[in-house]
Design a protein around this ligand. Structure first.
Ligand code: FAD
Ligand code: NAP
Length: 336
């Protein structure tokens, strides 16, 4: 049933269906705009390109809704004082679909950007061909890989100070990492914490010198050098962090550092696997776009959100870039 005021479901050209000895190998579908990724960037691109009557197909990937589905409270999405991350993403999907985008539960395993139309092969066996592609595959925070870290994720363990720092007002916090992110997070967290301990595995940071200078001068920040975190310690009911267990890598000394929040800041891994051999990357794997746009080095291919951005990494900035990508794609398609 079509609801009043909504666009009809998009009509997608159905090209072919390969059959070998009676086995359906998968269909090929063509769309003007293929959006890969279902985080804030992907869904915003879908809303805008659907409203431009481009009948986009959005492929969700293995994490429908993206990174915000692994958090709880989101307090910095404009218009929502408090919203649960998964709820926000369900709303975004519903919005994109209501505008006429087709959202598909599938995973793109390979992407050919060298030939036109662009071709994406999906895990389901479906092949998508597209005149324009919007890459919105995001990034994933790197974690230490400890079972106790996994257990307390969202309950004292976080990878996003901007998102979760507010919850540790007047409390002690530990940050791990030695790059710009760790130093930035540690400095930012001093706005809330009574004390921040930065743990690093070596005796020098790789962060920029000016950032290090600020860090070392800060009265609330203490360094713990040459150390690793071996376990996150906490309570069961309610689930919460009380300390991290550390080991000095030179002396083997074991020490528990009390904290209510443990922030892992050991880098982010952009999900650029699909395009790493086809597009220029920067800062360790982020897709390069022309400054002030979402245009990549290949005409008709656009990139948005955390996949391109190692600086802001926020839902609202990703959504903004998703909007830009849809507008860039619309203009590019109009010119071709
Ligand atoms: P992502 O959200 O990373 O989504 C990427 C999408 O791409 C996923 O849907 C994935 O399934 C899909 N994908 C990947 N590979 C493929 C593939 N091969 N085929 C198909 N699909 C694929 N930001 C805030 O503004 N406020 C917060 O409170 C906040 N809290 C956070 C809490 C946590 C724990 C984390 C990890 C991040 C938080 N962030 C927050 C940051 C925010 O989540 C990200 O900046 C934002 O989600 C990035 O959006 P994105 O659309 O670029 O990508
Ligand atoms: P990064 O530069 O790769 O630094 C990661 C840090 O985490 C390193 O110090 C590394 O230690 C440590 N680390 C990695 N794996 C670890 C593990 N398993 N256990 C303990 N420690 C581990 O990552 P980033 O800080 O996220 O920065 C990524 C990029 O974004 C960089 O290019 C950075 O300059 C940029 N960035 C810029 C800004 C800014 O300009 N304001 C802000 C943030 C990020 P080692 O040093 O021993 O390898």
């Amino acid at each position: 049933m079509q609801r009043a005021g909504l666009s009809p479901a998009p009509t997608i050209a159905y090209i072919q269906c390969d059959t070998i000895q009676g086995i359906v190998m998968g269909e090929t579908r063509h769309t003007k705009v293929l959006i890969i990724g279902s985080g804030p960037a992907g869904y915003t691109a879908a809303v805008y390109s659907a409203r431009a009557m481009l009948q986009p197909i959005l492929v969700q990937g293995l994490q429908p809704g993206g990174q915000l589905t692994i958090t709880t409270e989101v307090e910095n999405w404009p218009g929502e004082k408090h919203i649960q991350g998964p709820d926000l993403m369900v709303n975004m999907q519903a919005h994109a679909e209501a505008m006429g985008a087709e959202v598909i539960s599938d995973y793109i395993t390979s992407l050919d950007l060298q030939n036109r139309p662009f071709t994406a092969t999906a895990d389901s066996g479906t092949t998508y061909t597209a005149d324009a592609v919007i890459l919105a595959t995001g990034a994933q925070a790197k974690w230490l890989g400890l079972p106790s870290e996994e257990k307390f994720k969202g309950f004292g363990v976080s990878a996003c100070a901007t998102c979760d720092g507010f919850f540790y007002r007047g409390k002690e916090i530990v940050v791990i990492g030695g790059g710009n992110t760790a130093v930035e997070e540690a400095l930012f967290l001093t706005n809330f914490a009574s004390k921040v301990t930065l743990i690093h595995r070596r005796d020098s940071l790789r962060a920029e010198k000016i950032m290090q200078d600020r860090l070392f001068k800060h009265p609330k920040i203490e360094m713990l050098w040459n150390s690793e975190v071996t376990e996150v310690l906490g309570t069961e009911a309610p689930l919460g962090v009380t300390a991290v267990r550390t080991r000095n890598l030179q002396t083997n000394e074991v020490k528990d550092v009390p904290c209510s929040g443990f922030f892992v800041a050991i880098g982010h891994a952009p999900a650029s696997e699909l395009v790493k051999d086809q597009l220029p990357l920067h800062s360790g794997g982020y897709v390069q776009v022309e400054p002030g746009s979402t245009r990549t080095a290949i005409a008709g291919v656009f990139a948005a959100g955390d996949l391109t951005d190692h600086v802001y990494r926020q839902a609202v900035t990703s959504a903004g870039m998703g909007c830009m990508a849809a507008l860039d794609a619309e203009r590019w398609l109009a010119g071709h």
